[in-house]
Design a protein. Structure first.
Length: 195
């Protein structure tokens, strides 16, 4: 008899947590649209993060963005990790696959082998993609090369960052990639859903 009560209690706590996350995301989106200029890192309060929103298929963002060449894109893996790539043209993303191959894929293929259904783009507070055509050119130049892939030390986030900064430091996590992008562009990062 006590076991069903535990399940009901756990479900109620989970529902409250999801509602709290949804409320926080809506508040962040409202705050975002109060800016009439792109929000720089200097605009942040000391306790605020340079990453305003993370990508999530569970809590949709209001802002939807059309990708541009050199935009950083990502999708989810198992609800825990994120996979990143660089958008290079109308429907092509360059990615570092888990086998170490740098390859072009369609937007559909980018998400097909992963659990995340949406593609997200790193943008500023105005919904402008944080992009570099030079980074796109560097990614294209590496197509079909093979790297010594390692989940932590030489992953997709490291590849993306090296396309943006050739003399780059080590980037092992999605958060580190996002923070470096914020610093590079001097913008607060919002991960908006791709149109």
């Amino acid at each position: 008899m006590p076991l069903p009560l535990l399940w009901i209690g756990a479900a109620a706590v989970s529902a409250l947590a999801v509602k709290g996350l949804a409320d926080d995301r809506q508040s962040q989106q409202r705050k975002r649209f109060n800016y009439y200029h792109a929000q720089t890192l200097a605009d942040l309060a000391p306790y605020e993060s340079a990453i305003a929103t993370y990508p999530t298929d569970m809590l949709l963002t209001v802002q939807q963005v059309k990708p541009v060449a050199g935009a950083i894109v990502c999708c989810g893996i198992g609800g825990v990790l994120d996979h990143s790539g660089i958008w290079v043209d109308e429907n092509t993303i360059i990615e570092l696959d888990g086998n170490g191959l740098i390859k072009p894929v369609s937007a559909q293929r980018f998400t097909d082998t992963r659990t995340g259904k949406g593609i997200f783009i790193a943008c500023d507070s105005l919904g402008v993609p944080l992009a570099s055509e030079m980074a796109a050119q560097r990614a294209v130049a590496q197509i079909f090369q093979v790297r010594d892939y390692h989940l932590l030390d030489n992953n997709c986030h490291q590849f993306i960052w090296e396309c943006f900064q050739t003399d780059s430091k080590k980037v092992t996590t999605f958060k580190a990639l996002s923070l470096n992008v914020a610093d590079l562009f001097d913008r607060v990062v919002y991960w908006d859903r791709c149109v």
